[in-house]
Design a protein around this ligand. Structure first.
Ligand SMILES: *Cc1c(COP(=O)(O)O)cnc(C)c1O
Length: 361
């Protein structure tokens, strides 16, 4: 049933396709894996997966089996790669869903091999400096030959992850690229796809592109260093409708704890979205856009709603559209909100939950 919603997310699908096309220009005919973990960075797992598949993206990347299951249930046939160390109890499902899991140690390879019924496509994970998962770079070839002799895997990829690629010319990122190049050269005749680049790698380190790339944030329109890109733009807006309006006297305390007091006789609008939707309490210092004007949030953000101070002359009517996150002005961009609360677009995008319906234009 289609019911009206007081607060929602809008996704600009035309701009999303532009972002994908722009990345395609940057990487040529290399394999393009789009990370869609965490509900496609909050943009909606299956709709984003479908658009990406239609746009010629080569595979999707997930962090949980459940995400792969949802994609397959929605009818997507595109290859799916499961990032991060897979657990042995995931092997049956990996085969059934025909996804490509990660093997990140000899021990994992052995556990997998015991359960393997038919040849499973896998990616080997090498640690070149992230120090999270994967075998050390000096053991990469050893892991490959070990996995080969188990004879139940088809090694289709070897990958590593960049730790410091959010800005250009980082010496450690260059060091990781160098380390990974040695591995790529050593397996060059095997037809294995070598991949290293996240968004920072794709945007700032062409030498990290190798055979395949995995840009998430960039595809959703954000450069990891908060700069603007001429073609790649954010595709998500967060909106709501004014639900209430009142006028209060000067020095009136607003919301829980009365942490905010009006300066003058003020018009106060109530907006029906709160931290229960993922609009964080820390945003209490932010502003929102109503009728093309920015107004400050008044007081603590509640679970389902918050108030806005329109001052003595601001105009807003019940039912007016409010933009909480959008592309212009700069004050309501996701990056500026993120900086305000010492967060990142990554974290904020993931916090918008399923209570907010997503609409695709
Ligand atoms: C999430 C993830 C990415 C994407 O990172 P971005 O910074 O969003 O581009 C790439 N590779 C792996 C293994 C990941 O888990």
């Amino acid at each position: 049933m289609n019911i009206p919603h007081p607060a929602w997310i809008e996704i600009d699908t035309a701009q999303f396709r532009k972002n994908l096309a722009e990345i395609r220009l940057m990487i040529g005919d290399r394999h393009f894996c789009l990370p869609v973990k965490a509900n496609a960075y909050g943009h909606g797992l299956c709709p984003i997966g479908k658009i990406a598949e239609d746009a010629g993206v080569n595979s999707l990347g997930v962090a949980r089996l459940k995400e792969a299951l949802l994609l397959r249930e929605s009818g997507l046939q595109i290859p799916i790669i499961l990032f991060g160390p897979a657990h042995e109890d995931q092997i049956d499902a990996a085969l059934r869903l025909s996804i490509e899991p990660t093997i990140s140690s000899k021990y994992k390879a052995e556990l997998f091999a015991k359960k393997c019924k038919k040849k499973l496509k896998v990616h080997l994970e090498i640690d070149t400096g992230m120090r999270r998962t994967g075998v050390r770079e000096e053991n990469a070839l050893d892991l490959l030959s070990y996995v080969d002799q188990l004879d139940c895997f088809d090694v289709v990829g070897i990958y590593s992850h960049l730790a410091t690629a959010d800005t250009p010319n980082d010496p450690f990122a260059l060091k990781q690229i160098d380390a990974f190049r040695k591995i790529a050269e050593a397996v060059a005749n095997r037809g294995i796809r070598c991949h290293l680049a996240n968004s920072g790698g794709v945007a700032f380190y062409p030498a990290s592109h190798f055979d395949m790339v995995r840009p998430g944030l960039l595809a959703y329109g954000y450069l990891p260093n908060a700069m603007e890109h001429p073609q790649i733009k954010p595709i998500l807006s967060l909106k709501a409708k004014v639900s209430y309006f009142k006028v209060v006297e000067p020095d009136t305390g607003i919301s829980y704890g009365h942490e905010y007091h009006t300066r003058s006789r003020s018009r106060i609008a109530t907006i029906p979205i709160g931290y229960g939707d993922g609009y964080r309490r820390a945003f209490s210092q932010a502003s929102v856009l109503i009728r093309s004007k920015l107004y400050p949030i008044a007081g603590t953000i509640c679970m389902d709603q918050f108030m806005v101070d329109l001052g003595s002359a601001g105009e807003a009517y019940v039912g007016d559209e409010v933009t909480l996150i959008g592309q212009i002005p700069e004050e309501i961009s996701l990056w500026s909100l993120a900086k305000k609360i010492n967060s990142t677009p990554y974290e904020l995008l993931c916090s918008f939950n399923e209570r907010l319906p997503r609409f695709y234009f």
